[in-house]
Design a protein around this ligand. Structure first.
Ligand SMILES: [Zn+2]
Length: 325
């Protein structure tokens, strides 16, 4: 057995390249630590990246990837698409922390050039690996970057759709996410340093950051909570995805304000244990800073991802509102 997750965490800095062919002809190729290329016996119709561990303390997605890889190795899942599995930040996983020196999910799309952090070289490497993988062929591209959130959420499972510039949202992709148990999608309004924005913008990939619930330690995740997501990923792995059904029930939100921490006077005005997607009436103060405050403009605005201890210049919260497409 390859035991990719165990091997990655035992070798967080460096894992030599190695290949392994399964009885059915599927090839597993370790490209580096936390980076595994899986080639079907016959060339696949899509190129799919499944990533996890971009934040080191988000264990459930890594357990999902481990489960999928074990089923691939045991021949229970027949791989029919071109796959790239990534465990984003192995040293942070071992440290049981979100990151070691800097948030990896702010360093893509070249933003690593301004950083000397450990994560900057990892972002650079992952960009190279993704570029090679997507340029191997012109098959349609997909990227599911799996996360769990620091705080509880009124809506437990949701996806972030990266800013698409002139491309259109895909109702069929939203329909697929809905079948995976995702209850809401949030449309980003501007470029960012996330992994999913990098693959989306750079390669016209259908890419999503997917939040699957609250952060827990290894072994404490309720895998039954992820069954629909796991089933959806299995369909993508085995070439049984169709992307034919439009979205129906998934709740849609757009970003109305990206709250940036400007100075050390920055303050969030939400309860420390307030859940993501908590709803407000118009006029509620959510954040303040030197010469700035954000008050909700309309009833029904909500916040996600509030975090005050970020460096100045970084995002401290998103304010969102229901939208239609
Ligand atoms: Zn995360």
């Amino acid at each position: 057995m390859l035991n990719f997750l165990d091997k990655t965490l035992a070798n967080p800095e460096y894992l030599p390249a190695q290949n392994h062919t399964l009885p059915g002809g599927v090839r597993l190729e370790v490209i580096g630590t936390g980076i595994l290329r899986v080639r079907p016996a016959q060339r696949g119709d899509r190129r799919v990246i499944i990533s996890c561990g971009v934040h080191g303390n988000e264990t459930a997605p890594m357990e999902i990837v481990d489960l999928l890889l074990n089923e691939i190795e045991q021949g229970q899942l027949i791989v029919r698409n071109e796959l790239l599995f990534i465990i984003g930040n192995p040293p942070a996983v071992n440290a049981e922390s979100r990151f070691v020196e800097e948030n990896l999910n702010r360093l893509f799309s070249g933003k690593h050039a301004n950083s000397a952090a450990l994560e900057a070289s990892r972002a650079r490497l992952l960009e190279e690996v993704v570029t090679d993988f997507y340029h191997e062929g012109d098959e349609p591209r997909l990227h599911y970057d799996l996360h769990t959130a620091i705080r509880g959420s009124q809506i437990e499972k949701f996806a972030v759709y990266p800013f698409l510039h002139s491309r259109n949202w895909s109702s069929e992709q939203l329909g697929f996410l809905e079948a995976c148990g995702i209850e809401a999608a949030l449309f980003s309004s501007q470029p960012s340093g996330t992994f999913s924005y990098f693959t989306s913008h750079g390669f016209d990939s259908d890419s999503f950051t997917i939040e699957l619930g609250k952060v827990r330690k290894f072994g404490e995740n309720q895998m039954s909570s992820f069954i629909k997501m796991i089933e959806g990923l299995k369909r993508v792995i085995t070439g049984q995805e169709s992307f034919e059904d439009s979205h129906q029930r998934i709740k849609l939100f757009s970003v109305v304000e990206e709250v940036i921490k400007r100075t050390d006077a920055f303050k969030l005005h939400v309860e420390a244990d307030a859940k993501n997607f908590t709803e407000f009436k118009a006029g509620a103060i959510l954040a303040s800073d030197k010469g700035y405050e954000y008050r909700t403009q309309k009833d029904g605005e909500r916040f996600v991802f509030p975090i005050s201890n970020v460096p100045c210049g970084q995002r401290a919260m998103l304010v969102i509102a229901p939208t239609e497409i």
